[in-house]
Design a protein around this ligand. Structure first.
Ligand SMILES: Nc1nc2c(ncn2[C@@H]2O[C@H](COP(=O)(O)OP(=O)(O)OP(=O)(O)O)[C@@H](O)[C@H]2O)c(=O)[nH]1
Length: 356
């Protein structure tokens, strides 16, 4: 069946494919950047300990904690792609940036550097949460400020070049996380778009295609049948006296009957068949590659299964079927199947009639 809920599975496959493609393209250089950043950052910490032996504890805690946090985040981002990675990244960068901003006040030598790095990271971290994406772009630009500040500081007396390498390594790590964040964002957009498309095409109650989704897919199947010279049969199905079910058992029970009917129809069809609910208690089915005899057998099976599934309310189904003459339009084919269904109603309901 091409009908829902299959589109969800298709969306998931496409989404996974997209992620794999993205990761394959960018993962390696960014991972190398992250590892290099963490190693340099830690090496600089060892140098700091050698110089300021008395500050070994806080230095180890700060540098080790940050490096471990980044690595853990990278691992989690691998494990929980998309949104979870996004929120983790935002939270972590936000925390870290706040720490750097606080350090700026205590750092006699590199306070400009600390302040810029902290502020730019704050913008980058919380930019994605802002309704205006321009802020996110501004944050990315702001990330370029620390290296610029380094160039400026290199010319001034104070920290050595090793300090700047250390800060650059932070920028490298952040670049990796940015990559992950943007990946999470684009995946979230992609999923939302897919979900909206899926909802626009399917019937909210039964999950099968609605009228909008039916038209384009049915035309596609007809195109394929035209090119491959395969036969094609159309079924028009309508529950009998459905109004009485609503009147007797209530609208909620009526809805359940429709859901069970859709399930019974879908379970009878093959992967390549198409089913839609056109509205009310009317369903249409397209059977590509089926002969009229096979289609009659399928329609009979559907009729029995729909009744069995709704035995408690004793509902029956009338169906009409029409074999495509390879010339007529979709509307004309549906009309002929509809007329056959009306004929089935006239003949006493609970039966399937084939159009001439
Ligand atoms: N529960 C429920 N009822 C619906 C829905 N859509 C349409 N209906 C009802 O379906 C009923 C259709 O009634 P009719 O068109 O008279 O058809 P019928 O009673 O099945 O009679 P025949 O088709 O002649 O056998 C109406 O009472 C609608 O209110 C829905 O989504 N849920």
């Amino acid at each position: 069946m091409t009908a829902s809920p299959k589109p969800e599975a298709v969306a998931r496959d496409e989404y996974e494919g997209l992620v794999t493609e993205l990761v394959a393209t960018y993962e390696r250089p960014y991972r190398a950047l992250l590892l290099a950043g963490v190693v340099i950052f830690l090496a600089f910490g060892l140098r700091e300990i050698a110089i300021y032996g008395d500050r070994a504890g806080p230095v180890l805690l700060m540098r080790g904690g940050f490096a471990a946090g980044l690595l853990l985040l990278a691992l989690l981002a691998r494990r929980f792609r998309g949104e979870a990675a996004l929120w983790l990244g935002v939270a972590y960068l936000g925390l870290f940036a706040t720490g750097i901003c606080a350090t700026a006040a205590l750092s006699p030598n590199g306070w400009v550097m600390h302040a810029l790095a902290g502020l730019s990271m704050l913008v980058v971290a919380f930019g994605p949460l802002w309704p205006r994406p321009r802020l996110f772009v501004a944050g990315t630009v702001a990330l370029l400020l620390p290296p610029l500040a380094m160039l400026w500081l290199i010319a001034a007396p104070g920290p050595t070049w090793l300090d700047y390498v250390s800060y650059l390594s932070v920028a490298a790590c952040v670049a990796y996380l940015l990559f992950r964040l943007s990946q999470g964002l684009s995946i979230r957009d992609y999923r939302l778009r897919r979900e909206l498309l899926r909802r626009a095409d399917s019937d909210a109650l039964t999950g099968v295609l609605n009228r909008a989704g039916w038209g384009s897919r049915a035309e596609q199947l007809m195109d394929v049948a035209r090119q491959s010279a395969l036969p094609l049969v159309m079924l028009y199905l309508d529950l009998d006296h459905f109004k009485q079910v609503n009147d007797r058992y209530g609208h909620a029970t009526g809805d359940e009957v429709l859901e069970r009917a859709a399930l019974a129809i879908r379970s009878t069809l093959r992967e390549q068949d198409l089913v839609a609910r056109l509205g009310g208690e009317e369903f249409v089915v397209m059977l590509p590659g089926a002969s009229i005899e096979q289609a009659l057998a399928v329609a009979e099976r559907i009729r029995l299964r729909v009744s069995e599934a709704n035995a408690a309310v004793r509902i029956t189904l009338s169906g009409g079927l029409a074999a495509w003459d390879r010339v007529e339009s979709l509307d004309d084919l549906m009309h002929r199947a509809d007329l056959a269904m009306i004929e089935a109603k006239r003949a006493g309901r609970n039966r399937v009639v084939a159009a001439d």
